[in-house]
Design a protein around this ligand. Structure first.
Ligand SMILES: NC(=O)CC[C@H](N)C(=O)O
Length: 388
């Protein structure tokens, strides 16, 4: 029988949680965040917004439905994942199941993590860990695997590696695309290096509307939700000045890290606010749109990461259950005179979306495209496309 390597999570406050490695054996550091969803680890791990973070799952049994194949479908998009690779730095669970059963599973979570060189720890009291984060606020942490280089002896972890400063790193720049990628509803896509002479928006199918997708770390299902509504999607890097293009609408994606590291994008969005073309954003997109409109962002104590966050549409009694993954929030009190909150979180009263009072600009802090659900708020894409 294979000997299980012990693995320790060391939090910034010095506390240690001991368990066993079931992924790739390497030391990593990152922001420790918890997600209370009951399903969706393939989608969450490949969500680029988790870059730089150690993902704690509070649902106790993880791995029992395995991992779907990494297959590429129409438009060169992954069928079952949100991007081309795992973006979280590590996954931390209570009870990992190597045995799995699911019609679509092709491998165990452990095999996938090892192939992608991502650590996984099991045997952690994730509820105690979550309580600690809820009380103290989100913390940095590192994982140390007991091997020849990093021994864990009598509760004292020897590894002294530097903790990165999560808030100061521009993770968006790390995960955004480097080229312009055009996706068409007919299932095709083309890539154009920045500055390429072949790239001319006017040469695309003029029957269809063109949506510029500002890629801050976009999830594949956002692209699919737009394509399903029969528009051409022009995905551009986060710092690209899209104002030089003749487009019909702007969509700002989700993305990792502190929105204050994305000033270049904010400047470009601010220019677009002077015009009248429809603008929509999701999560990081909500934060960058708000910043462009003059509002400020603050860090939540421990974020919203789950599939059951209740939000109310302001001015109505309509509530929606939403999927969320964010650590920062728009400060409602700093919204300029032209803006108003669009959604409010029913748990803690924080901002969950904004809209411009007169122009076709609006966004959500939650994920209307969420895959693995809920899909109650997918109407946001309909509203945006109807405005084009
Ligand atoms: N999913 C996202 O776009 C997250 C936005 C931002 N990184 C936050 O944590 O608030």
């Amino acid at each position: 029988m294979q000997v299980r390597k012990t693995a320790t999570l060391v939090l910034d406050d010095g506390s240690e949680f001991h368990g066993f490695s079931f992924g790739y054996d390497k030391a990593v550091a990152g922001e420790v965040v918890f997600n209370t969803a009951m399903t969706g680890y393939p989608e969450s791990l490949t969500d680029p917004s988790y870059a730089g973070q150690l993902m704690v799952l509070t649902y106790p049994l993880v791995g029992n439905y395995g991992v779907p194949p990494f297959s590429i479908e129409e438009n060169d998009l992954p069928t079952f994942m949100e991007s081309e690779k795992i973006h979280a730095e590590a996954i931390i669970v209570s009870d990992y199941s190597e045995e799995y059963s699911h019609w679509n599973a092709v491998e165990s979570l452990s095999d996938w993590l090892k192939r992608e060189m991502i650590p996984g720890i099991t045997g952690i009291d994730t509820r105690a860990l979550t309580k600690k984060i809820r009380e103290h606020g989100v913390m940095m942490g590192r994982i140390v695997i007991s091997d020849a280089d990093n021994e864990v002896e009598s509760g004292k972890v020897k590894d002294e590696s530097e903790m990165p400063d999560y808030g100061s790193i521009n993770y968006v720049d790390r995960v955004s695309c480097k080229d312009i990628i055009v996706y068409r509803p007919d299932g095709t896509s083309s890539t154009y290096p920045i500055g390429s002479d072949n790239f001319q928006l006017s040469s695309f199918n003029s029957q269809l509307k063109h949506v510029v997708l500002l890629d801050c770390g976009v999830k594949a299902n956002i692209i699919r939700c737009l394509l399903k509504r029969n528009v051409t999607v022009v995905r551009v890097p986060w710092d690209y000045d899209f104002n030089t293009l003749e487009y019909d609408g702007l969509f700002i994606s989700n993305g990792p890290g502190d929105p204050d590291t994305c000033d270049v994008a904010v400047q470009h969005i601010r220019k677009a606010l002077a015009g009248d073309k429809p603008i929509c954003g999701i999560c990081m997109g909500n934060q960058l749109l708000a910043k462009a409109g003059g509002a400020s962002i603050y860090k939540l104590k421990y974020g919203h990461r789950s599939h059951n966050q209740p939000v109310r549409m302001v001015g109505t009694e309509r509530c929606f259950i939403t999927s969320q993954n964010h650590g920062y929030a728009v400060d409602n009190d700093t919204l300029g005179a032209d803006w108003e909150p669009l959604f409010i979180n029913m748990n803690d009263g924080t901002n969950e979306g904004i809209k411009h009072k007169t122009k076709p600009f609006f966004s959500s802090q939650f994920h209307p495209e969420a895959c693995s659900g809920p899909t109650d708020t997918e109407f946001i894409f309909d509203k945006f496309v109807a405005l084009l």
